[in-house]
Design a protein around this ligand. Structure first.
Ligand code: CTP
Length: 404
């Protein structure tokens, strides 16, 4: 894939993996990307700016206040310039600064000022990576929408073994190409949802049986996360509320996590009044144990009966706070009589659209692909054949934009 016309700002912080970055820059340069390099002072101790100037064919910037000239808005210009910022290697110190909003050198100032996606490739000693503060910073940055590549497991320069190795230049190059390819596909779609506020729910909920056990379902959150990514790419101001998943929230979404159906309901109600549209892709647990057990239920040879009570149907409930103009989309997971059941839910839950899916070899829970049918009141069902959840998401949003 040619990267012609793509602008990539590569930031280096102080780590021995700096010596691998010229390879990455050269791969990107060969694909015709425009590259600017920013180095922290510590990075310049590991590799010289001259090397990176030679491979990027551009001057390397390091100083926030260069001695030879004063350009007051340079950090802002540099923050606006790229399509993607890649920080590799990224130290624990750099991650800590970004989390805290510290901008005390050119690179961290650019990171603070950039509205563009930022990809981070951490590189550090395994103990530094495992440090609770680093792990907390990593989790927070992911939640804030920073994209991580690596670190990998292996031997490190300090002769330790563990997680902390920077992703290899080839792996980083592939991740950058993949990210930019997705971006250009998405930018081809007209920004149909610009100015719209979209609320999306994803993943399962959990209802505690006792302090160690819960009722849940097989929802992976992939459909809701793909929808959120597509909504951001379509220009929408996107809020994603998710139950427990292993997924990284897409760049640019406001991310809220919940655990129980009750918490999901509270969050949806709060956010719904500020939204133009709700897409309820979450799979809330329909039942919760009637009694809260404060201690672990001990096993015995006898049968165990667990009385359950229904949870509140959030979609139905939302009708009570529903303003006229909001568009509400539900999902229906059906194993039998899919269309008839979905039509019933569409009516009962007063929806503008319902997306029907059935669990199968390539569809439904946990898969990266799906095939769905869209049902809208008074209209013929629209079948979307098997495609990636990302493609399905764009098709759903295309229909949605006509309703908004
Ligand atoms: N839903 C909800 N609150 C619940 C359960 C489901 O808002 N407590 C929403 C889901 O997010 C989905 C839609 O309702 O958008 C349909 O969910 P689904 O599980 O297919 O159907 P249910 O209404 O739960 O009915 P059933 O399980 O009997 O099929």
């Amino acid at each position: 894939m040619s990267l012609q016309g793509k602008r990539i700002l590569v930031g280096l912080t102080g780590g021995i993996a700096c010596y691998k970055i010229p390879y990455l820059v050269r791969y990107l340069w060969k694909d015709k990307a425009e590259i600017r390099v920013v180095m922290t002072e510590a990075a310049t101790k590991f590799i010289t700016p001259l090397t990176l100037e030679s491979v990027s064919n551009n001057p390397v910037a390091s100083d926030l206040f260069p001695a030879d000239r004063f350009v007051g808005t340079r950090h802002i210009d540099m923050a606006q310039w790229p399509d993607l910022v890649v920080v590799a290697p990224a130290t624990a110190n750099f991650m800590g600064k970004v989390v805290s909003g510290i901008s005390d050198d050119l690179l961290t100032t650019i990171i603070c000022a950039t509205p563009k996606p930022v990809m981070i490739a951490p590189a550090m000693n395994p103990q530094m990576w495992l440090n609770k503060v680093t792990q907390r910073n990593f989790a927070t940055l992911k939640e804030l929408g920073y994209i991580f590549v690596g670190p990998g497991e292996g031997g490190t320069a300090c002769d330790h073994y563990g997680i902390g190795r920077m992703a290899e230049p080839e792996e980083l190059y592939e991740a950058i190409k993949k990210f930019l390819a997705k971006g250009s596909r998405q930018s081809r779609k007209k920004k149909a949802l610009t100015g719209k506020k979209i609320l999306i729910t994803a993943g399962p909920t959990r209802e505690a049986i006792d302090p160690v056990r819960f009722i849940s379902n097989r929802s992976s959150g992939k459909m809701g996360f793909a929808l959120a990514e597509a909504a951001v790419a379509s220009g929408a101001e996107t809020t994603l509320i998710s139950g427990p998943t292993d997924l990284t929230p897409p760049a640019g979404v406001r991310y809220i996590t919940i655990e129980t159906t009750g918490q999901l309901r509270t969050a949806v109600k709060k956010e719904f009044v500020k939204s133009d549209c709700l897409i309820m892709a979450a799979a809330p647990a329909d039942y919760q144990p009637k009694k809260k057990q404060l201690s672990k239920i001990k096993k015995s040879d006898k049968e165990l009966t667990l009385p359950l009570k229904p949870t509140v149907d959030i979609l139905k409930d939302i009708a009570s706070v529903r303003r006229k103009k909001q568009v509400v989309v539900g999902f229906a997971l059906e194993t039998d009589d899919a269309i008839a059941n979905a039509r019933r839910k569409l009516k009962e839950k007063k929806l503008d659209m319902i997306v029907v899916n059935t669990p199968g070899a390539d569809t439904g829970f946990e898969h990266d692909t799906n095939s769905v049918t869209l049902i809208m009141p008074g209209k013929k069902p629209v079948e979307l054949p098997l495609a990636s959840k990302s493609q399905i998401s764009f098709s759903i949003l295309d229909r949605l934009s006509t309703l908004l």
